[in-house]
Design a binder for this molecule. Sequence first.
Ligand code: HEC
Ligand code: HEC
Length: 165
Amino acid sequence: MRITAIIALLMLGLLWLAGASAQDPNADVSVAAGEYHSIDAMRRGEALTSEPAAAPMARVENTDRRRQRAWPEQPPTIPHSIDGYQVDKNANRCLLCHARANAETFQAPMVSVTHFMDRDSQILAQISARRYFCTQCHVVQTDARLLVGSTFVDVDTLLQASKER
Ligand code: HEC
Ligand code: HEC
């Protein structure tokens, strides 16, 4: 009886020691917001037991300056704010200005011909259903910080490099 009690106590002691020496896995994980390069944009490396301060929201740039596209088929970014623009089954605010018939009045670039194509590349009379929800592909320009680094190289740079070789 006594021996079992002593062994049990020893075991408990050992367990306690092991627990105390093991490092808290979350101890050093938190990094100042902004320095953390991870796609985990929600917690930014913060330990699960603490609540990270909210990162400042990116500001939408409303400058009317069109950004260069990184490659020819990139959906161009939207150079104006789109706050409150309704795009649903009843109405499409974007087409008020970007539809073929209205583009001249608003001096907006008309949606390109690909927006009229069905999946067999047949050109329809009206915007194809595949291109109806504009913000599926087009995003507003913001001053958001990069979440992850990029090694993207522009095609012109590639062509230049291959010419030099
Ligand atoms: C009140 C008219 C108006 C509305 C509504 C509007 N736009 Fe525009 N958009 C423009 C004009 C004008 C430009 C040309 C650049 C500028 O002046 O901002 C433009 C530029 C763009 C461009 C850049 C095209 C390029 O070649 O770089 C995109 C993309 C775009 N708009 C998408 C949208 C989307 C998506 C919506 C709806 C969420 C929308 N626009 C709603 C007027 C409008
Ligand atoms: C499935 C993705 C997708 C959707 C949805 C979409 N676009 Fe585009 N858009 C593109 C791509 C890709 C380009 C660039 C290549 C091209 O013209 O197809 C583009 C180009 C444009 C351009 C520039 C045209 C030019 O000639 O420079 C405008 C303006 C535009 N889109 C507006 C819109 C509007 C407004 C809507 C909603 C009615 C919309 N897009 C929906 C992918 C999309």
